[in-house]
Design a protein. Structure first.
Lengths: 137, 303
């Protein structure tokens, strides 16, 4: 299957196969006016299969969201058809308004204006905890 | 400016300093009688409490300061839907320091992020209660003289008991501490607490049988099964009488055991034990006031 190369934009590559749609939704890509391609199960030498997202516009993507879902992803910035920057993503230390605390006793459950903040509690097991009540994400 | 939301925000060095100040207050109360003259403490209690609120207020009065505040959410603007952030900003205009209790976990943290004066967490739901832990630590310090090489039994509601979690965190930083968790299976210590103990290499055992382990303990920390932490009344009624400490159960305990309880007690410690020299829970209440005095002085940076 072929999807045209993009001229100026972003390629989110090396997404674990099956997680592409989750990233697409979390980044809110459905609201973009430009062309967006979500390629599922693309063959990969390194991973066997992978998902790829191509965005045909120079937008800012929230790398914290990407890092949370799949820290092995790479983000390529394309200018004039060439890759000018290749970012490897790290597990973010802090996530703001990406996750919602499920603890009904948490203050974030009742205070409407409060941002939902999670912090990385254990890098090894990728555990995030709510900043306010410390409940596991 | 600094607040106290979680006991672990205090280093062991700072804890030592607070304990030393509390010791000095006990020895020389007159030296501290005017330290906070002209300062005001706001006690914002969105949940009922006798001990903690009165302890904070007594602490401030004994330092020569003044108190203002409310003791239930219905008598505050929270009843009109005011946010914690707005309440904290408003009260910062009236008081030099805030003590807040709230049924929602994390509310005092939100207050501290918005207040322009120090905020002390006076209990947030089942989450943290650092000044109770300060009271517990001063009690152990005064009774035992050290925090290391102790076998500490925690009994009752270990799932929702916020004082239990804070005390475990605080004691975990000392050498050769051994924990014994005694609870019904429904109220067991949460996995994340056990995970953290395992990671730090701190030994612990879990049991449902208090009598089987009581002879090994240096400290026995009793807790109440709290009605307000249950969504379901039936579960509360089934579990509330799980552990009742009686003189008979104490027969095999060490002569120098210290029995602590954050109070209020319902029936989990028989009143027959109150006169036993091992019962420390009313001394613990008094020590709580001294530690709150020491904490207020520290956060207000009063020398």
């Amino acid at each position: 299957m072929n999807v045209d190369s993009i001229k100026n934009g972003i390629v989110i590559d090396h997404i674990t196969a099956g997680k592409g749609m989750q990233i697409y939704n979390l980044l809110g890509l459905d609201s973009l006016e430009c062309s967006v391609a979500l390629i599922k199960n693309a063959p990969s030498r390194k991973m066997g299969k992978k998902d790829i997202i191509k965005i045909d516009a120079d937008i800012k993507v929230n790398t914290d969201i990407i890092g949370y879902v799949d820290p092995d992803i790479t983000v390529n910035i394309i200018v004039d058809g060439k890759t000018v920057d290749k970012k490897t993503i790290e597990l973010p230390e802090r996530l703001t308004n990406v996750l919602t605390c499920k603890n009904p006793r948490c203050i974030s459950a009742t205070e409407q204006e409060l941002p939902h903040i999670f912090t990385l509690a254990d890098k090894e097991s990728r555990v995030y905890r709510c900043l306010y009540c410390e409940a596991k994400a | 400016m600094r607040s106290l939301i979680d006991i672990l925000e205090l280093s062991t060095k700072e804890l030592d300093r607070l304990l030393a100040t509390a010791d000095d207050i006990i020895e020389n109360p007159e030296k501290y009688a005017h330290k906070c003259a002209g300062k005001k403490l706001a006690t914002l209690f969105f949940e009922p409490s006798t001990r903690t609120r009165l302890s904070f207020e007594a602490a401030m009065y004994e330092l020569g300061g003044m108190c203002l505040g409310f003791s239930e959410a219905q008598s505050s603007s929270a009843a009109k839907g005011e946010s914690i952030a707005d309440t904290a900003k408003t009260v910062s205009c009236y008081a030099d320091i805030i003590a807040m209790r709230h049924p929602k976990e994390g509310a005092p943290l939100v207050a501290s992020m918005n207040a322009s004066v120090p905020v002390i967490n006076a209990g947030d739901g089942g989450h943290n209660h650092p000044t109770q832990t300060l009271a517990d630590l001063l009690t152990i310090h005064r009774e035992k003289g050290h925090f290391d090489n102790l076998t500490v039994g925690l009994c009752g509601d270990l799932k929702f008991g916020r004082t239990v979690h804070s005390l475990i965190s605080a004691l975990s930083r000392y050498k050769n501490i051994n924990f014994v968790f005694i609870s019904p299976s429904e109220l067991k210590i949460p996995d994340y607490v056990k995970e953290s103990l395992r990671k730090s290499g701190i030994p612990f055992t879990e049991t449902t049988d208090l009598e089987a382990v009581i002879s090994t303990l240096d400290i026995l920390y009793m807790t109440r099964v709290q009605r307000e932490r249950f969504f379901n009344e039936e579960d509360y009624l089934r579990l509330k009488d799980s552990y009742i400490l009686t003189p008979e159960k104490l027969e095999t305990a060490k002569a120098d055991l210290s029995i602590l309880h954050p109070l209020p007690r319902v029936n989990e410690i028989s009143v027959a034990i109150d006169n036993d020299p091992r019962a420390c829970y009313f001394k613990q209440v008094l020590y709580g006031k001294y530690m709150r005095m020491a904490l207020i002085l520290m956060l207000l940076e009063v020398e």
